[in-house]
Design a protein around this ligand. Structure first.
Ligand SMILES: NC(=O)c1ccc[n+]([C@@H]2O[C@H](COP(=O)([O-])OP(=O)(O)OC[C@H]3O[C@@H](n4cnc5c(N)ncnc54)[C@H](O)[C@@H]3O)[C@@H](O)[C@H]2O)c1
Length: 287
C-alpha cells in the first residue's frame, strides 16, 4: 500500500460549521496534511479563531486524497457539482450523513469514490472514568465511540484512507463498522432519529406533562424519570434485569395505547424515501 493510506491529504469543506469545527479540531491534532475551506464570513472567523489557515476550495481540493464535506445536507448537491469535476482521479468524497448520497443528490464521477461516515456517539453503557468522558456525550472529544462508514469501492487502499480519516475526525474511535450507503440511511435517520431521538423528545414531553398537568413537583418527576430511563434502557437493550410482572403489564398498556400497530413500516423503503424527502425538502426521492 502507498503512504497515502497512512497519511492522506485531507480537505475539509465547511470547516467553520458545527461538524466542520469538530472534525477540524481533531484533524489538526494529527500528522495529516489538511486544508480548510469555508465560505461564510462568520464560519471563516471561527476557523481563524481556532488558529487554522483558510484555503480557497479549488486549491484545498486539488491534491486531496479525501474531501470531507461538512456542509449542510441541502448544500451537498451544489457543492459536489462544483468540486467533483475538479478532483484528481481516485479522490474520495466523504459526506457526514447518508441522506443526500442515498437520495442520489450528489454529483458523481466514475473515477471519484463516494463514501459516507457517521459517528455513533458514545454508548450509554460506556464505562466512563474521567470528568471529560462524562461531559462528552456527543463524542469526538474524550469519550470513545464507534463510527459507521460506507464506501462505494472495493479497493482496500481507499477503504483504509476512509478508515484513517474517520478514526481521526471522530477520535477517539473504537470500531469502524462498514455497511452500505442504504443501510446507513436505514440506521440514520430511521433507527436513531426517527425512533431513538423521537423517544428522547417524548420522554421530555411526558416529564412536562407530569409536572404541568398532574402537578407533580418537578424535581421528583425528573429524578424518578431519569433513574427509570436508565433501568428501562439497561433492561430493554442489555437485559441487565427482567422487568417485574406488574411493570410488564404497565408496559403492554403503554404500547397498545401509544404505539400504532403498523409502526414498523418506518423500516420500509417507501417510508424511508418519504422521510428523506421531507428532511431534504424535496417533493419526492428520485433515483
Ligand atoms: N450537527 C450535527 O450534530 C451533525 C452530526 C452528524 C453529521 N452531521 C452532518 O454534517 C454535515 C454538516 O452539518 P452541520 O450541522 O455541521 O452544518 P452547519 O450548518 O453547522 O455548517 C455547515 C458549514 O458549511 C459552510 N458552507 C456551506 N456551503 C459551503 C461551501 N460551498 N463552501 C464552503 N463552506 C460552505 C457553512 O458556511 C457552514 O459553516 C451535514 O451533512 C450533517 O448532516 C451533522
Amino acid at each position: 500500500m502507498s503512504t497515502t493510506t497512512f497519511n492522506p491529504t485531507i480537505a475539509v469543506i465547511g470547516a467553520g460549521g458545527k461538524m466542520g469545527t469538530r472534525v477540524s479540531d481533531n484533524l489538526s491534532k494529527t500528522d495529516h496534511t489538511v486544508f480548510y475551506s469555508e465560505n461564510s464570513p462568520v464560519g471563516q472567523d471561527r476557523v481563524r479563531a481556532a488558529g487554522r489557515e483558510l484555503t480557497e476550495t479549488a486549491e484545498a481540493i486539488v491534491d486531496a486524497d479525501i474531501i470531507v464535506l461538512a456542509v449542510p445536507d441541502l448544500a451537498l448537491g451544489p457543492v459536489t457539482a462544483e468540486i467533483v469535476p475538479q478532483l484528481k482521479p481516485g479522490a474520495i468524497v466523504l459526506t457526514l450523513d447518508p441522506a443526500a448520497a442515498y437520495a442520489g443528490l450528489l454529483t458523481t464521477r466514475e473515477d471519484v469514490i463516494q463514501a459516507v461516515a457517521h459517528p455513533c456517539h458514545p454508548s450509554i453503557f460506556l464505562q466512563r472514568t474521567t470528568p471529560e468522558e462524562y461531559a462528552d456525550t456527543f463524542g469526538g472529544i474524550a469519550a470513545p465511540q464507534d463510527a459507521i462508514a460506507a464506501i462505494e469501492s472495493d479497493d482496500p487502499e481507499k477503504r483504509a484512507i476512509v478508515e484513517a480519516t474517520v478514526r481521526a475526525i471522530y477520535a477517539p474511535v473504537v470500531d469502524v463498522h462498514w455497511v452500505t450507503i442504504k443501510q446507513l440511511a436505514q440506521l440514520e435517520p430511521t433507527l436513531v432519529e426517527t425512533i431513538a431521538c423521537m423517544i428522547g423528545a417524548l420522554l421530555k414531553e411526558a416529564l412536562d406533562e407530569a409536572v404541568n398537568t398532574m402537578g407533580v413537583p418537578e424535581p421528583a418527576a425528573r429524578s424518578i424519570l431519569l433513574g427509570h430511563t436508565q433501568v428501562a434502557l439497561a433492561n430493554g437493550l442489555r437485559g441487565d434485569n427482567p422487568f417485574s410482572d406488574a411493570c410488564l403489564i404497565a408496559m403492554d398498556y403503554g404500547k397498545s395505547s401509544i404505539i400504532k400497530d403498523d409502526w414498523k413500516k418506518v423500516f420500509t423503503d417507501e417510508e424511508l424515501d418519504k422521510n428523506l424527502a421531507a428532511m431534504l425538502h424535496l417533493d419526492k426521492i428520485e433515483r
